[in-house]
Design a protein around this ligand. Structure first.
Ligand SMILES: [Zn+2]
Length: 137
């Protein structure tokens, strides 16, 4: 029944006490929207990529997340695939595009796209960790 428990990691299965269902799909959708994975109302971030201490709506403690560098790896993988496929499409279609145009388009895209998708990816990863009860969630 308690909302919070201060059990240390590796303790005797305290996470199973809560009994609340943590469906992966809705939690991930809330996380991708940068919202609390449990209630979907409170904001997950207090700044750009800085996760809030807890949900302003339901009080869920966000401090247990361990997203670390995974959001950056996921963003780089997604953007890399998008840019490489786009590049191969232009090269393969017989277009004669100057290398300067490639640089003028691809370098800004390679910077802007990961920065734009990082909050959603990080929100999804925090939601995944909460949903799977990882790291003491
Ligand atoms: Zn919440």
């Amino acid at each position: 029944m308690s909302k919070d428990h201060d059990g240390r990691e590796g303790s005797h299965g305290a996470a199973m006490v809560e009994g609340d269902a943590r469906s992966l799909g809705p939690a991930m959708l809330n996380g991708l929207r940068c919202r609390c994975p449990r209630c979907g109302q409170g904001k997950l971030f207090r700044r750009y990529l800085k996760v809030a201490a807890r949900c302003e709506n339901c009080g869920l403690d966000f401090s247990r997340h361990r997203a670390d560098d995974l959001p950056a790896y996921v963003a780089i993988t997604i953007v890399g695939h998008i840019l490489v496929v786009g590049l191969m499409h232009f090269q393969g279609s017989g277009n004669d595009i100057a290398p300067a145009i490639y640089l003028a388009v691809l370098i800004p895209l390679a910077i802007i796209m990961p920065l734009a998708m990082l909050p959603s990816i990080k929100g999804g990863i925090v939601a995944l960790q909460w949903s799977r009860r990882m790291y003491g969630f």
